[in-house]
Each structure stands twice: as structure tokens, then as C-alpha cells.
Ligand binder design. Sequence first.
Ligand code: ADP
Ligand code: MG
Length: 596
Amino acid sequence: KPEELNDNLQRYFDLVHPDDREGFLQTLQKARERAETCHHIYRLVRPDGTICHVESRGFLLHEEGSKDLRRVGFITDISQRLKAQEDLRESRRLLQTVMDNIPIGVFWKDRHSRYLGCNQRVAEAFGFQSPLEMIGKTDLEFPSLKPEEAEFFLQKDYEVMERNIGEIGIVEPATFADGRRVWLETSKVPMHDHEGQVVGVMGVWQDITEKRQLEEKLRQTLKMEAIGRLAGGVAHDFNNLLTVINGYTDLLLNQTEPHDARHELLTQIRKAGVRASGLTRQLLAFSRKTVLIPTVIDLNELLLDMEKLLYPLLGEQIVLQLKTASPLWPVKVDPTEMSQVIINLCVNARDAMPNGGVLRIETANVELEDIPTTISDTAGRGSYVCLTVADTGVGMDEATKARIFEPFFTTKGPERGTGLGLATVYGIVQQSGGYIEVESEVGRGSTFRVYLPRNLDERRKIKSQFIAQRPTPKGKETVLLVEDEDGVRKLARLILESSGYCVLEAPNGPEALRLTSESSQEIDLLVTDVVMPTMSGPQLAQKILDARPGLRVLYLSGYTDDEVIRHGIAEGESAFLHKPFSPAHLAQKVREVLDS
Ligand code: ADP
Ligand code: MG
């Protein structure tokens, strides 16, 4: 009875949270007036100050044998339930945030492969505004997907549902709504109801297109490396042989009179030998084993220096447009090698324009954000000098373009092409710290761009590369000759002795050291191979220099490890002679070093 309850009610009322008291009274009032069941949620403050949410339900009961109504109430503590609801909402929000922000597609489908839901990533990829639009559809109804792509998706869905086993790492081709053809790596698992029956499939996918492209690029680079190592090794041995063949041929040529029948035969051998050494030299350049002598130059000057040479090379049907940016940043390259790069690119352009056309050579300063090259293994950013060689010739298809930098790849037939031109260009550019890029379409010409890193050192004047032959100089100095290859050593000795020098020879470093320590004879020049088994040329030179500081050094090599160049010989500072060398070259270089 209300009167009886009043005191109790008052005590209870005091526990009601102050903000909820008004509502409490209103509900109480309503219940009394209308004599009906009521339901109300409010807060109570416990004596310890903590708050608890309660739900109260009031009923009216007829008391047995009386007409009086009795009010009965249940009060339930629903704090736990509310907390659980809030937690659930929170975790749904979290899941949604994650799903909408990961770069991964998430989807789930019913037993018939119809979408039940997905995240925003999936909707966007297939051109829908929101995941809701996709519900009920199958992949076959996505406008951008090709039928065979969609069928492959579905086939995998069914496989997973039928076998009731998840599958990971399925690689699926797909076409996105923006037209991009991509590779998706997908994992799918069956979904079950509480009885364990398969009711659908759930999956995630990731766009791995870029990763695959990078892998492809890496494979390409590794292949080039392997070919390079092989080519370098072969060329190294060839160099020694060619030095001997060509050298002795030269000596014999000097000993035969021009009207002698043997003179013509020797000339033929000599011609073949020169051609062969040209080839080995290109192979070495490709395998990045040539000894570069980098100099800081203005590429424009090199181009202008070469211009005269290019006209006869290109012939009359081709118009040469030379456009140089000025001032052009300096670059540090080997000028001889760089002219080889330009010549090779121009010769290819000429071959691509048998009926004439326009060859455009341009230089420019560029700031690169990201190297946009198709073949570079490492992307870099910074300041570069860009050399463009563009033709209006036949162009290339994709399959050709993918292989042009491989040595011996040619489309010109064995008579006309060696397939070494671009391989050489590639090697030289890489070794100079640069990048090369090619753009071409069949029938629309080709554009090669070489990016060389800007150099901040002061510029040195380049000497013209095309020096005329001079008569062989002679001398009387003493030369210590160290070379492990017997043939080459004997030849060099013969050349030097016939030029008047006094020659001491040793087949290796230790032997050479023994010679110098035992003899008190003055030695003016050390001529040594770079790569030798027990002691390298530079190591030997250092040892002898310690005892005989005035000594001059000339290195012979066609093949040098990057290591040796970096540690043994200061860039551009030491005298160097490439193998294979001709007798005249050796004699000239020896004189040059002695006189410097
Ligand atoms: P080669 O010139 O001896 O064939 P390269 O290494 O210089 O060898 O070139 C390889 C191949 O690349 C050529 O056979 C040709 O198919 C293609 N190529 C190179 N430059 C061009 C160009 N400017 N236009 C069209 N195709 C080219
Ligand atoms: Mg070529």
C-alpha cells in the first residue's frame, strides 16, 4: 500500500541519481494514475558512490480473495548488459575503421557466391559508391571485370566451399573500374553456421601488381648481371690472346715490305684482330669491367666535338638536330666511353631510319623525383644531366624492347648486327652511376634517354678524343715489366726492347720484389698487370714505391675488379693502358708516362 511504502520509497528515492529523479517521479505518478504495468530505466547511486543502471518493471496483481490491487515491482541491475552493448558497438566501430582503411579488399559471400558484404576498398576497386550496392551481386555482374576473370573468382569460391578448406595465396588477374589490369593475391576460407554447415565464403585480397613488376625488374637485372659476369670472364681471356695475336702481327707487318705478298695476308689478320678486340672491348664495357677514367666534363663540348664525326656516320638522308641546354651541369664520365655511348645510339637510330628521318640529340638539366626508368634496379632522386637521342624510325614492339640491352640480341641478322651496341651503352651508363630509359612504339620512332648524375667538382677541359697516330717514340730508360701471362709479357718485352728500352721482367709480384731488392740498378718505370694471382699490380707498385719513391707506374689491364679500381688506383690519377694494346700504343704510353 502506498502509505506503508512511503518511508521505504523515500529511502529508495534517495538512492536515485539526482538527474533521473524527475523521470522516476513521473513514471511513479503515471503508474498510480493509470494503474498499469510500467517499465523504466534509471540510475542508482550506490552508497560507495558507484553508479548502477537498473531496469524496473512494475505489475499490478489482484490479491487472492480481495478486490485490492497490489503493486509488484522487479528491479534488475542491467549495468553489465549495457556495458556489453557498448563494447559491442565499440568493436563494430573498430572493425569498420580497420576495414575501411586497410589497403586490402575484404569480402564475404553466400553459398551462391553472392556478395553479403565487403569493405570500401572492394567497392571502390570495382566502381561502386558503397559496399551496400554490391550486396546480392556476383562477380559476373561487375562491369569492369572480364568474364573469364569473374569466372575464375567464382570457381575458386566454389572450390573452397565444396572442399570446406581455406586456400591462401591464390593469384588472380582482374580489371579494376579505372581500367587497370592488376594481379590480386587472394585468400579464401569457408564460413559456417553454428551447426558447422558451410554457408558461404570469406576472403581477403591484396593488389600485388607493383610487387610483381618489381620482381620482374629484379629478375631482368639478375639476368643481365649473370650474362655480364660470363661475358666479362670470356673477354678477359680473349684480351690476353688478342694482345699477343695483334701484337705479333704488327711486329711482322713492320718487318715485311708492302709489295711482299705476305704483307697483304698479315693485313687481313690484323683487320680481323682489330675487329675482335673491338668486340671484346664492348663485352667488357657491358660487364662493367672496363677501367673508366672519369673526368669532369661539359657534355655539350663532347657533343660538339663529335658533331663532325656524326654527319658522315648518319649519311645525307638523316637530318641531325642538336639542341643543347646551356649552361649544362657538369658530369663526371669517361669521355671516350661516353662518345661510344653517343655513337652507338646514333648508329642504331640511323639503322632504324633506312629511308631517312630526323635524329634529335638534346641535353638538359633535370631534377628527378623518382627515376622513371624501365630498367634501372635502384631508383634515385637528385640532379641529373639528361641526354636524349630520339629518332623517327621504325620503332620497337614490347618484346624487342624487353631484350635490347642483352648482349648479342639483335634484330638485324648476323651480317649486320652484333647485338653489342646497347649492351655496351648499358654497361657504361650503369658504371657511370647513371640510368637509361627507352620509349618506343612500332612505326613511331624511338627515344633513348641517358641520365647522368650532376657533378659538383670543377670542370676540366677535355682533350679531343680523336688523336692522329704519331710515329712510335723511343727511349733508353729501364723498365720493370710484370705480367703473369707469358705471351703478353714476351710481346711487351719485344716491343719495349725494339723501342730501345732496357727491360727487366718478372711473372709475378714476389718475383719482381726479389729483382728490385737484389739489384741496385736504377728503375725508371714499372709496367704491371693489375690483376695477378698472389699480389695485385697496385699492391706491388706500393711496395716498390716505398723503397724507390721516384718510380713511375703504368698499369696494363683490360679487366679490373671494381674493388681494385677503388682501392688500388686513384680515379684518373694513374697511367693506364687497356688490353689488348698495339705495339704503337704501348710505346707511346710508356714514353708519355716517362715524360710526364
Ligand atoms: P645491333 O645494333 O647490333 O643490332 P644493339 O645492341 O645496338 O645491337 O641493338 C639491339 C637491337 O635493338 C637492334 O637490333 C634493334 O632491334 C633494337 N634497336 C636499338 N636501337 C633502336 C632504334 N633506335 N630504333 C629501333 N630499334 C632499335
Ligand atoms: Mg647497334
